[in-house]
Design a protein around this ligand. Structure first.
Ligand SMILES: CC(C)(COP(=O)(O)OP(=O)(O)OC[C@H]1O[C@@H](n2cnc3c(N)ncnc32)[C@H](O)[C@@H]1OP(=O)(O)O)[C@@H](O)C(=O)NCCC(=O)NCCS
Length: 227
């Protein structure tokens, strides 16, 4: 297909999705961002929605918390359509930056992303997801099981917000200490299938340290110099 035809196909796809037809929904997929390419797509969605559409200043949107988060990327076909992120605290996870590009609204990607967030948090053993909902969007959050906490509203980045909380059904088999150690090191969110480190375990432990075993004389000298 030439580039013109590809662009037309994407446009048709977006239009079909904007209509929210059931047949278009199967084109919507979500994944955890795992590499720079995925992250560029996440940031592109957020720049379009929050910087451009909602006039959020750059430093408020990109607030220094992106490297401590799990990012969810929503795709319609191959086009980045939605994004959201999860941050983790001891007692709860926090859902943030839920965004769907205007041209992909009502495509089902918002629900697919939030359901993925809920699934990841349950698998990690969380029982609560906390959020700051734009006041006008509390009904949107409620459609995913969040409830307004009834606490006073507050304002940041030029919007009114409400605290919302989703109490989660416990996962039947959350990742926990006591699980197989190799399960815990699988790629985030893919705890139900073997990961690259399990494949690595077919190799024997050759301990290929560049330095080789420690030189006893050197260890002795280092200990002496510390006294
Ligand atoms: C909020 C946002 C992510 C929703 O995406 P969307 O594609 O428009 O959502 P959908 O149309 O798939 O709606 C999902 C559900 O929420 C409901 N919903 C969506 N927008 C709503 C609104 N403004 N008020 C009430 N309910 C709403 C829908 O009815 C639907 O419920 P249903 O499945 O029971 O019918 C999108 O509008 C967006 O990116 N907005 C700008 C960014 C933003 O404000 N983010 C939120 C920060 S708190």
């Amino acid at each position: 297909m030439d580039i013109k035809a590809q662009l037309q196909a994407l446009k048709d796809q977006a239009e079909t999705n904007a209509g929210g037809t059931a047949s278009a929904n199967h084109l919507a997929t979500v994944k955890i961002a795992r590499n720079i390419e995925d992250m560029m797509q996440v940031f592109a969605v957020r720049a379009a929605v929050f910087l451009s559409e909602q006039h959020c200043p750059y430093a408020e949107e990109f607030d220094g918390n992106d490297f401590t988060s799990t990012h969810i990327l929503g795709l319609v076909g191959e086009e980045p359509a939605g994004a959201s992120r999860i941050r983790y605290f001891g007692e709860f996870a926090k859902l943030e930056r839920v965004a769907v590009r205007k041209e992909f609204r009502s495509s089902g990607i918002a629900a697919a992303m939030i359901n993925k967030v809920i699934e990841i948090c349950r698998q990690k053993g969380y029982r609560k997801i906390y959020g700051h909902a734009q006041a006008r969007l509390v009904p949107f959050w409620e459609s995913f099981g969040f409830m307004a906490m009834g606490t006073p509203g507050f304002v940041f980045s030029d919007h009114e917000y409400e605290e919302v909380l989703c109490e989660l059904e416990p996962h039947p088999n959350p990742v926990a200490i006591g699980d197989e150690p190799m399960l815990i090191i699988r790629p985030e969110g893919e705890w139900d299938r073997p990961g690259p480190l399990e494949h690595s375990a077919v190799r024997p432990a050759s301990n290929p340290h560049a330095d080789g075993p420690p030189d006893p004389q050197r260890v002795k000298r280092r200990r002496a110099s510390r006294k």
